[in-house]
Design a protein around this ligand. Structure first.
Ligand SMILES: Cc1cc2nc3c(=O)[nH]c(=O)nc-3n(C[C@H](O)[C@H](O)[C@H](O)COP(=O)(O)O)c2cc1C
Length: 453
């Protein structure tokens, strides 16, 4: 059942974000957008089917455990006011698609490992091995208030809990040998007790007996995806992640991130090929450059300054809503407990490009600051190819600018162009997400790399 692992496969990975209102803060307002797309399961099914028909590796569901925190008047301008609970949505997609992987976000800060291990193993079964887990530590501080707390846990504590959380989940997923369930009608023996492994974990954050009451799943365990880029985030990724998401915006910073992460993996005794780096990209695709630029301008003009500043404040963990629009960021931005790596990325960009607040929010509330590429299918493919050949990414996660047209534009225009260049598959080679990403199925009981320091 071991699937073939490829040495940095000759082809890139592609995923698509399924967001209720697109990653662009005003995407829902565009004349081409179905403004309530994300409120209907039919939309998600259609988008996942479109991505699957184009042979994408996975679709991705982000999550936050709270509504945006702001005064009601301002909140009323933020489209991310509702989203489906993503495990529920993943279960529905697991049975309405056949081949495409599904990566679902779950936080380790406001969950318990037994719950998560059980739910994710169940969906890995329901989907016949197509699940990935985007492990997050919750960057939105307001989540704490929905979980009996007045304050969000500190960075280092969140990541320490996350590491132990994953160790427990991995232990629970190893509760059973693959062939433990003998189902011997004659003797009445349902499973072989020698093939059951009790966890008995006692750690700093968790005490969990096990075993998991779900048998070992098709992938052994879901693919572990992680997107932290701070020191503790990178450390966790280097030790445990099998795929990372990154928001790097320039080729050089993408290459630096890629090198850094893969180098850290070696220090943990891991092969750099056992992790895929996936860069977020926000593509605006047009038949001509002019058409693409027009689509982009139309979207940008729809961003209201109040909500632009509010989203920017959330992303940098510093309130800029009362500051003058045409002045630069203040010289001192205090360190945040919310999203350190994104704060750093955005503040550096503002200083480097000498941007006013208006110019800054226009850049970063487009797709949360991910790299934006405006062009024809050929030039968008060029932009992805450059990062692929430049070892800045092993693949890309596409954030459609409008729904449902954004997914259609990418799959109908850019994917065939990548295929023509031999950069993307013609068809799926296997059935599991691990197979799409070229990742091995873990051996049951194989130890995780030990923590360092
Ligand atoms: C592409 C991408 C998607 C992400 N999705 C989520 C998400 O759905 N929910 C969440 O809480 N954090 C999400 N994050 C944030 C990271 O998980 C992480 O919390 C954040 O990068 C802060 O940690 P850091 O400072 O270590 O980078 C995402 C990050 C990236 C780059």
């Amino acid at each position: 059942m071991q699937e073939q692992s490829r040495q940095r496969p000759g082809q890139m990975s592609l995923g698509a974000v399924l967001s209720p209102t697109t990653a662009h803060i005003a995407g829902w307002r565009h004349p081409d957008a179905v403004s309530n797309a994300g409120a209907t399961f039919d939309f998600y099914r259609h988008a996942a089917e479109t991505a699957e028909a184009a042979k994408l590796d996975f679709v991705f569901l982000a999550d936050e455990l709270c509504a945006p925190e702001a005064p009601p008047e301002l909140m009323s301008l933020d489209p991310l006011m509702y989203r489906y609970e993503p495990i529920t949505l993943t279960s529905a997609l697991a049975v309405s698609t056949q081949r495409i992987g599904i990566v679902v976000t779950q936080t380790t800060t406001y969950n318990e490992p037994y719950h998560i291990a059980r739910k994710l193993a169940s969906i890995d079964h329901l989907s016949n091995g197509r699940l990935g887990w985007n492990l997050v530590t919750s960057y939105v501080e307001a989540e704490a208030k929905n979980f009996n707390l007045s304050e969000h846990a500190r960075y280092a504590d969140r990541y320490a809990r996350a590491a132990e959380f994953f160790e427990v989940a991995a232990g629970l997923w190893d509760s059973w040998d693959d062939d433990a369930f003998v189902l011997d009608k004659e003797s009445g023996r349902y499973f072989d007790p020698a093939k059951m492994h009790q966890l008995n974990h006692k750690g700093e954050h968790f005490t969990v007996a096990g075993p998991l009451n779900v048998r070992r799943s098709p992938q052994g365990r879901p693919v572990l995806v992680q997107a932290g880029a701070s020191e503790p985030g990178l450390d966790l990724a280097a030790r445990l992640a099998e795929t990372t998401f990154t928001a790097q915006r320039t080729l050089e910073s993408g290459q630096a991130y890629y090198r850094d992460l893969k180098g850290r993996m070696v220090a943990y005794g891991r092969s750099p090929e056992s992790l895929r780096v996936i860069a977020g990209v926000f593509p605006i695709v047009g038949g001509t450059m002019e058409e693409a630029q027009r689509k982009y301008d139309e979207l940008q003009e729809l961003i209201l300054p109040q909500i632009g500043l509010a989203r920017l404040s959330q992303l940098i963990g510093f309130d800029v809503t009362e500051l003058p629009l045409d002045a630069p960021l203040p010289d001192v931005i205090p360190e945040t407990n919310s999203y350190q790596s994104r704060q750093q990325l955005i503040v550096e960009m503002a200083r480097r490009e000498n941007l006013t607040l208006r110019e800054l929010y226009l850049k970063v509330v487009t797709a949360y600051g991910h790299r934006t590429v405006v062009g024809t299918p050929e030039t968008v493919a060029d932009a992805l190819e450059e990062w692929w050949h430049g070892h800045a990414a092993d693949g890309f996660m596409v954030m459609p600018p409008t729904l449902p047209a954004g997914i259609d534009d990418f799959t109908a225009g850019v994917v065939p162009e990548l295929r023509r260049r031999g950069l993307f598959r013609d068809d799926y080679e296997g059935d599991t997400l691990r197979s799409h990403l070229g990742l091995e199925r873990p051996e049951r009981g194989a130890p995780l790399p030990p923590r360092r320091g």
